[in-house]
Design a binder for this molecule. Structure first.
Ligand code: GDP
Length: 435
């Protein structure tokens, strides 16, 4: 769903990424573009404005941390702000040991009945004894639809009768629960095509009677900002506790989902991601934010880089890259975890590396041993290592002269590669370590 927005944000942040130190002007320019991208994605005006204001405030004048480029710092700030805007920590409806009554409300077509069935499946899977209540007193078809879903999931359903009063429904529910213990009752209420007073009265009366522990509004991501207007009206009348946003698998621009938390002040509990009964997921702000920025992996890399303090990897010029630097880099990289995983995290790295370039942990250890067997003078200037010294170094590190030759050749190749990378990406483009 967030594809277009994601692509735009990634473009903007890529461009920022070329600068290792950011000026206030650059940050403001990027933020102006981000604001445009958010608005184009149908994000609420105030939400977009506040979003960029907060990122700008944090970014401007911020000392570029450790070895991160300015661009990466901004990516992190934008990512953090996306998570906050989406609600921060994942939140789920309150679930007591028993006596849970959840009220499902929403406009017709939003996916209320489908989501009720999905919730039943989800919580049945967690060992809950679920009862569904089909409470639309005017549309028998709606009740039948829920019954089909209940059968599919394998949970009982209590259907109200045409024109039944809330008091009667309460009594029948109490009767039912006397004979069949259920710890989670999910009530699918009546929906209308549009908000109307009669519907709201009816919902409010049933709510008073059933005293639900959660009131969940189901909104359709495809309806954009209108979904949030709907949410406001429902909240005024039946006080919502949380939201379920459906059709996140569709091609909605995403603004509604992004703005929902800020506009309504209510958490998004779940996202509907398909028509199937299993198509409901708890809403994870961090994962959604990562998906939007297509940056999940890079963020992992940034975090690991922060931990390993890659300052030690700084090299002044590719031409000055000596074996001492190589050794330092290898040791730093080892601190960051398995090398294969790490290389995969770097965008474009698989393309930049020579065919068949592969360094495993054991190889790193062997290289470490070889370089450690050299004198500092040799590490600084490998050209002085002659045949006699190669033999000694091989013996000292438990390797062969061929290994030493290969290492020296690899070092030359890496130097070349760094020059190429530097040319490809412009000053600082691949981060300080590559400058
Ligand atoms: P209600 O009138 O609010 O009860 O809406 P329904 O539950 O009948 O859903 C309306 C339509 O939306 C149905 O065709 C559902 O299959 C579809 N639907 C509901 N949730 C989702 C979802 O998360 N993804 C997709 N793709 N379709 C959904």
């Amino acid at each position: 769903m967030f594809e277009a927005l994601g692509n735009k944000l990634q473009d903007i942040l890529d461009r920022v990424g070329r600068e290792s130190k950011l000026t206030e002007k650059q940050v403001k320019e990027a933020m102006r573009e981000i604001r445009m991208a958010l608005l184009e994605a149908d994000v609420n005006f105030t939400v977009a404005k506040d979003f960029v204001a907060r990122v700008t405030e944090k970014a401007v004048g911020q000392e570029v941390q450790g070895s991160l480029t300015g661009g990466q710092t901004v990516v992190k700030l934008v990512h953090d702000e996306l998570i906050q805007t989406l609600g921060g920590e994942t939140q789920q409806p309150t679930l007591k040991n028993e006596g849970n009554v959840w009220f499902m409300v929403g406009l017709q077509g939003a996916g209320k009945t489908t989501s009720t069935g999905k919730l039943a499946a989800f919580y049945k899977g967690k060992g809950r004894r679920v009862l569904l209540v089909a409470a639309d007193t005017q549309r028998p078809a709606a009740r039948d639809q829920l019954e089909v879903l209940a059968n599919q999931v394998g949970v009982p359903v209590l259907k109200v009768a045409d024109g039944e009063t809330p008091q009667e429904t309460r009594r029948r529910l109490d009767e039912y629960l006397k004979t069949d213990f259920r710890d989670l009752v999910i009530v699918d209420t009546a929906g209308r095509l549009q908000i109307d007073e009669a519907l709201m009265d009816q919902l409010a009366n049933l709510q008073t009677e059933l005293a639900p522990t959660e009131t969940l509004l189901v909104v359709d991501a495809m309806t954009g900002q209108e979904a949030l207007n709907v949410a406001r009206v429902f909240d005024e009348r039946v006080h919502l506790s949380g939201l379920i946003i459906t059709k996140m698998d569709g091609d909605a621009r995403g603004g509604a989902a992004l703005s929902a938390r800020s506009v309504t002040g209510r958490p998004i509990y779940f996202a509907g991601v398909s028509e199937k009964i299993s198509g409901l997921e708890p809403f994870y702000p961090d994962r959604v934010a990562g998906r939007i920025l297509g940056m999940g992996d890079v963020l992992g890399l940034i975090e690991r880089a922060q931990q390993a303090d890659l300052k030690a990897m700084e090299v002044k010029k590719p031409g000055d890259f000596d074996l001492e630097d190589l050794l330092l880099q290898l040791r730093q990289i080892r601190k960051m975890g398995p090398l294969g995983d790490l290389l995969k995290l770097i965008p474009g790295m698989s393309r930049a590396l020579p065919e068949g370039f592969n360094v495993d942990e054991k190889q790193i250890q062997r290289i470490d041993a070889m370089i450690s067997s050299m004198t500092v003078k040799e590490r600084r200037n490998p050209k002085i290592i002659d045949g006699r010294r190669r033999k000694r170094i091989a013996a000292g590190s438990g390797s062969t002269v061929q290994d030493i030759n290969r290492l020296l050749k690899m070092h030359e190749q890496m130097k070349e590669m760094m020059k190429v990378l530097q040319r490809m990406s412009g000053p600082g483009g691949m981060g300080k370590g590559m400058k």
